[in-house]
Design a protein around this ligand. Structure first.
Ligand SMILES: CC(C)(COP(=O)(O)OP(=O)(O)OC[C@H]1O[C@@H](n2cnc3c(N)ncnc32)[C@H](O)[C@@H]1OP(=O)(O)O)[C@@H](O)C(=O)NCCC(=O)NCCS
Length: 167
């Protein structure tokens, strides 16, 4: 039987409430469907990769539920950087119909808290230089651009690498 997960956080989304919970391997199809709707096929993650992340002890996957529907998810991988754990944000995906309602912020808050609880003080990520929406989103959440990685996506599109550090 699937364990009941504690709710990490919640926030008002119009008339409904967005609830964040841990993701399980049973959520794989839903995560794959959301990722495939958020990104073109050449950028979306293969199902096997998402499955690996859902099963990995070092990854922290969270899903957002609004009005009983899954509307987004986020995954962070915990890595060691020197002595300190660092969160590597794999992705945050929110379905188009649920965007600009605070779901992304809510998912990120849950991820940030999980990294802090594991002793981390930093989250790093890569984002396509062409993904203006995500750039604005991460800047709003306090990320700073640290550098540009040439040909990061499909050997053709550059990425910014960004990080957020807190005390
Ligand atoms: C990026 C993404 C996760 C944001 O999710 P969201 O639920 O719409 O974000 P929020 O509603 O929490 O937005 C928080 C803030 O981010 C900024 N923001 C979000 N979307 C924005 C946009 N389209 N244009 C400008 N700023 C934006 C705003 O400051 C916003 O606050 P505001 O609405 O009060 O102005 C979502 O657009 C998405 O899933 N995109 C496709 C997948 C993707 O590119 N993921 C990132 C992978 S690196």
């Amino acid at each position: 039987m699937k364990p009941i997960e504690p709710t990490d956080t919640s926030a008002p989304i119009d008339a409904v409430t967005c609830t964040i919970r841990a993701a399980h391997v049973e959520d794989l199809d839903a995560l794959f469907a959301i990722d495939s709707r958020c990104f073109p096929p050449e950028i979306a993650y293969p199902k096997e990769f998402l499955q690996q992340l859902l099963c990995s002890p070092t990854s922290v996957p969270r899903v957002a539920i609004a009005d009983t529907k899954m509307v987004g998810f986020a995954i962070v991988e915990m890595r060691k950087h020197g002595l300190r754990p660092v969160g590597e944000l794999v992705t945050i995906d929110v379905l188009e119909s649920a965007r600009r309602k605070g779901v992304g912020q809510c998912l990120h808050a849950a991820i940030e808290r999980a990294v802090q609880q594991r002793g981390g003080r930093k989250i790093r990520l890569q984002v396509s230089v062409e993904n203006e929406t995500a750039l604005r989103f991460y800047e709003r959440l306090g990320y700073r651009t640290r550098g540009r990685i040439p040909n990061y996506y499909n050997n053709s599109i550059d990425a910014w690498w960004m990080e957020k550090i807190w005390k």
